[in-house]
Design a protein around this ligand. Structure first.
Ligand code: C5P
Length: 217
């Protein structure tokens, strides 16, 4: 049995107490992956941004709001985990300054100054031990396979799941699963439940079983 972390859903970056930046991630893929991993008998910890879906009751769910919070919680949990599946869509930008009171309209436009948020998958990919593994997701609209492979390398992932662009906030998904050596080990299409089941099957055979102590990766 492995202890698997799954980041899931969007994060929020507040501009003031009521307005925030976010995206349309529903958390459905994270929930489906959690379910598939639990069915294989693994211990599952979901670190989720704000979502309206339910996660499986058998998973430990830790709720966060911002990308920095998601990084802090995931880094802490990763110390005792075997691997991470980064299915979240963390908000990539945050304002340099958060107003403490609601901003009033002035009749003019508003310029926001944004900086990049920390990258959770890249941070943990760079710090993982030899027996730990990290799976990233990539959602691209052009040069899809090439960009997914570049992303896997840049974020030090052991496997990347390349999503189709219509995966966001949808019931279905179409993915290609690529290993660190560039080998394409799966192409799946269908409900997020079925696709998650197939992805976790590949995580099991290529990462969990292959990186067991005593085996040579
Ligand atoms: O760079 P991009 O956002 O396309 O990468 C997607 C992958 O990186 C996903 O696995 C996502 O969960 C992860 N990610 C992250 N932290 C961020 C942005 C993306 O872990 N701040």
């Amino acid at each position: 049995m492995a202890r698997i972390l799954i980041t899931s859903g969007p994060t929020r970056q507040y501009l003031d107490p009521v307005r925030y930046l976010t995206n349309a991630s529903s958390g459905r893929m994270g929930a489906a992956l959690a379910d598939a991993a639990l069915q294989r008998g693994h211990e599952v910890v979901v670190i989720s941004g704000p979502v309206s879906i339910d996660y499986p009751a058998a998973a430990k769910v830790i709720r966060v709001v911002t990308t920095t919070e998601m990084l802090e919680v995931t880094s802490h949990e990763f110390k005792t985990a075997d691997g991470l599946i980064g299915a979240a869509a963390p908000c990539d930008y945050m304002p340099t300054h958060v107003e403490s009171q609601k901003m009033s309209k002035t009749g003019h436009g508003l310029h926001l100054e944004l900086v990049e948020t920390p990258d959770i998958v890249a941070t943990l990919g760079a710090s993982k031990s030899r027996s730990q593994w990290v799976v990233g997701f990539a959602l691209e609209t052009e040069d899809i396979r090439f960009r997914a492979i570049v992303k896997m390398s840049r974020k030090c992932c052991d496997m990347i799941v390349s999503n189709s662009g219509d995966a966001m906030n949808s019931e279905t998904n179409s993915v290609e699963v690529i290993l660190r050596n560039g080998e394409i080990v799966g192409q799946f299409r269908g409900s997020k439940q079925n696709v998650a089941h197939d992805i976790v099957g590949l995580v099991q055979s290529h990462l969990i079983d292959a990186l067991k102590p005593g085996t040579t990766p």
